[in-house]
Each structure stands twice: as structure tokens, then as C-alpha cells.
Design a protein around this ligand. Structure first.
Ligand SMILES: Cc1cc2nc3c(=O)[nH]c(=O)nc-3n(C[C@H](O)[C@H](O)[C@H](O)COP(=O)(O)OP(=O)(O)OC[C@H]3O[C@@H](n4cnc5c(N)ncnc54)[C@H](O)[C@@H]3O)c2cc1C
Length: 384
């Protein structure tokens, strides 16, 4: 019997398993896939941006702690996570967009984040290859990027070195006994018992929860990413823009990675998604409008992965109404940056019974919400 079973080896489940094992728990980590962070999981698809600016107020304390963790995480996990700190730059291209930058600058400064409002020569020095149309930006020099798949696998392997048992290639369902979650049943019929079961199951959480009679305002969507061929290094920060669905960065090996919440088509069956050609074209041209050098580059790869999104864009983290069942899902397209600290906080919550930083994310915080609102949220088609 394990103290804790974690279902899901994306970056959230693996971080939780690592921190629990580090803090002395006897842990089992499971995934239906053959390794941590595989297609079509969010962690596999993720852009890997480490952005501390423009976060929800509820996220900010964890974001700050996570930003500090990223500085030494490769050493801590003894793995190359491809972490780099080129900053994050959020730009306005028109006068009417400038107040959005000013608002972000004011609220993040008030929250104690080291953020700079940049324009003119300072803006050009940070990102000389950007369009002349970028007139002002909010810049956080300490932000950066890392490799999500490597990070999840490094957490899983570090957890295993600390004694965590890892089981891949078997889907798990929750085993109930006397109204409580007592463990899991694996696809081959094996039963594993645990004192505490954690669902870190991303987009799959909705179905697992509904089988247990838990309905939360959660939906899943496929999001698509593009990668160019390799180019000379010319872009240090990750760039986002007020007026565009865009996140643009250059990887340490020179490719341009283009995201920005472009929706992919749901797979015909099951949980998965496929890139939409029309979105690929507009995603690429939007990035090329910001970085003219992209016009002479080629698209090398396009992919999409699935992510669970909550109605308020905040994750659901904490004990559910079912005894023994803990949830950590719904990271709503911005869970990678906070993943190291989410693992630390969940371990502390499980092992000590309290973690104040997780209070805003209580799974049942929307109890009593108008069902019509939830239906509209779930059915909403997100135009790009
Ligand atoms: C395209 C894209 C770009 C993104 N870019 C960024 C970014 O730049 N910065 C940022 O901070 N965040 C970003 N995000 C968000 C971030 O990547 C996610 O919030 C994070 O990866 C979520 O991790 P997870 O572990 O919760 O879920 P997942 O990575 O989806 O992992 C869930 C795992 O659970 C397993 N599982 C599910 N059900 C079962 C079962 N029954 N039995 C066994 N295993 C099961 C799945 O196989 C899967 O491996 C992005 C997301 C996407 C999709």
C-alpha cells in the first residue's frame, strides 16, 4: 500500500510525486502513456514559457516562488531542462492598446513583481528584430523558457530515485470502498491501495470526475503550436501582444516557437486534437507581422495538445468531497511556470493538512453556480 498514488505524469503529477517523495512519502506514480508527458497531454504540447507577468492575483504568490525555483531546478533534478532567462515582453502596436500595457505594469508593480515599462531605444535594445510597430511594452527580465517534456521526465526520474514506484502504460480508474477512494484499478485488473489518491489527469479529469458524480465547471480544448526551421539567434524574450493571439519565442537551438491559444479541432473520438490548417496560416502570419524575419523562414512542425480549462481560468487543487480523493487539474493553459511550486504546495497540503497558498483553488469553490453559466462555458466555441 502506498501513502499516496498520483494518477497522471504530466508536469503537475510528476512534480507532486517528486515533492511528496522528497518530503518522505511512499508514492506510486501512474500514467496510461508509455512515459511522462507524451502526446496528446498538455505538457507534451506546451510552449514552455516561464511568464510571471500578467498572472491572476490568486496565482501571483505561487508564481513568484516558482520563478525562484526555476533558477536552480536543473541542478536540483540533475537534468538539463533547457532553462533560459531571456525575459518576457508584452507589446502594444497601437495607441489604443497602450492602456492595457499601463494597466499590467501598474498591477504587477503593485504586486511586487519586477516589471519595466519599455519604449523607444530600450524596447529596441531588448528585441531589435521586432516590428517597428511595437510602440510600448511590459518587460519582465527574469522570465524565460524551459522544456516541458524534459521537466516532467526529470521530475519523474528524480521521484523514482527517491523511491517512488512508477507504472506506465496502464490507464487507472478510481477504486471506491464505503464511499471513499481507496486506490486504483489498473487496465490489467491490478488493484493498488493508497491512503490518498491524487488526480493530476489534465483533460481526462472531467470524465474521471463525472464517473464519481463530481461535476466541476471544467472543459478541455486542443491548442496548437508551430515551430520554424532553425535561424540565427535574434530574439531573447518571449513576445506576446495585446492585440493578437500570439506567443513567440526563439528556442535555445534557434527555432521560432509560435503559440498563442490557437484552437485545434477535437479528434473524432476520445480526447485528442488535430491542427486546423486555416489557424496554422493565421498563427504564422500573425507572428511574422511581429517578427519580419519569420517571412523568410519555413514552417518545420505543427502540433496540438489538450488542456483542461476552468471557468475562472484557475486550477482546481485540493481535497474533493470524496474521502481520500485529491484533485490537481484545470491549469487552463498556464500551468507550466507554476509547476515546481504546485508540487511543493500539494506535498505540504497532503503531509501537513494545510497549505494557505492553495486556498483560492479549492475544488468546490463554484458550488451553487448557475448551471446555465456552466453549460455555456462548456459549449463555448473559442474563435481565433
Ligand atoms: C499548446 C500549449 C501551450 C502551453 N504553453 C504554456 C506556456 O508557455 N507556459 C505555461 O506556463 N503553460 C503553458 N501551457 C499549459 C501547461 O503546459 C499545462 O498547464 C500543464 O502542462 C498541465 O499539466 P498536467 O500535468 O496538469 O496535464 P497533462 O500534461 O495533460 O498530463 C495529464 C496526464 O494524465 C494522464 N492520465 C489521464 N487520465 C489517466 C488515467 N485514467 N490513467 C492514467 N493516466 C492518466 C495523461 O496520460 C497525461 O499524461 C500550455 C498548454 C498547451 C496545451
Amino acid at each position: 500500500m502506498s501513502d499516496v498514488i498520483v494518477i497522471g505524469s504530466g508536469v503537475i503529477g510528476t512534480s507532486i510525486a517528486y515533492h511528496l517523495a522528497r518530503d518522505g512519502a511512499n508514492v506510486t506514480l501512474l500514467d496510461q502513456a508509455f512515459d511522462a508527458a507524451t502526446k496528446p497531454a498538455a505538457t507534451w504540447a506546451s510552449a514552455g514559457g516561464l511568464r510571471s507577468q500578467g498572472r491572476h492575483a490568486e496565482d501571483q504568490p505561487i508564481t513568484k516562488l516558482a520563478a525562484a525555483r526555476w533558477k536552480t531546478l536543473s541542478e536540483e533534478l540533475d537534468a538539463d531542462l533547457e532553462v533560459s532567462f531571456g525575459g518576457h515582453l508584452h507589446i502594444a502596436e497601437t495607441e489604443s492598446e497602450v492602456p492595457v500595457i499601463e494597466q499590467r505594469f501598474a498591477s504587477d508593480t503593485a504586486a511586487g513583481l519586477p516589471i519595466e515599462k519599455v519604449e523607444g531605444n530600450r524596447l529596441r535594445a531588448i528585441a531589435p528584430a521586432l516590428t517597428e510597430n511595437a510602440i510600448v511594452g511590459a518587460y519582465t527580465a527574469g522570465d524565460g523558457q524551459a522544456h516541458p517534456g524534459r521537466t516532467a521526465r526529470a521530475f519523474a526520474r528524480a521521484a523514482a530515485r527517491l523511491g517512488t514506484k512508477t507504472i506506465f502504460g496502464q490507464a487507472a480508474t478510481v477504486k471506491m470502498d464505503g464511499g471513499k477512494a481507496s486506490g486504483v484499478v489498473l487496465a490489467d485488473g491490478t488493484i493498488l491501495s493508497s491512503g490518498q489518491l491524487i488526480l493530476a489527469t489534465g483533460a481526462w479529469s472531467i470524465d474521471l470526475l463525472s464517473k464519481l458524480g463530481i461535476a466541476l465547471p471544467l472543459r478541455w480544448r486542443g491548442l496548437q503550436m508551430l515551430l520554424s526551421d532553425m535561424a540565427e539567434k535574434m530574439l531573447a524574450p518571449t513576445v506576446t501582444a495585446v492585440g493578437r493571439n500570439l506567443s513567440l519565442k526563439q528556442t535555445p537551438s534557434g527555432e521560432f516557437m509560435i503559440g498563442g491559444r490557437w484552437i485545434a479541432a477535437p479528434a473524432p473520438t476520445g480526447i485528442g486534437s488535430n491542427c486546423v490548417d486555416a489557424h496554422v496560416a493565421r498563427q504564422w502570419s500573425g507572428a511574422a507581422a511581429i517578427l519580419p524575419a519569420l517571412r523568410s523562414r519555413k514552417l518545420a512542425q505543427a502540433w496540438s495538445g489538450v488542456e483542461a480549462q476552468s471557468i475562472d481560468s484557475l486550477p482546481f487543487i485540493g481535497r474533493t468531497r470524496i474521502g481520500g480523493l485529491y484533485l490537481a487539474a484545470g491549469f487552463s493553459n498556464h500551468g507550466f511556470q507554476i509547476s515546481p511550486q504546485i508540487g511543493a504546495c500539494v506535498a505540504s497540503d497532503i503531509l501537513t493538512g494545510q497549505e494557505p497558498l492553495l486556498a483560492p483553488f479549492a475544488p468546490h469553490r463554484h458550488d451553487g453556480i448557475d448551471p446555465a453559466k456552466v453549460s455555456a462555458f462548456i459549449a463555448e466555441s473559442i474563435a481565433c
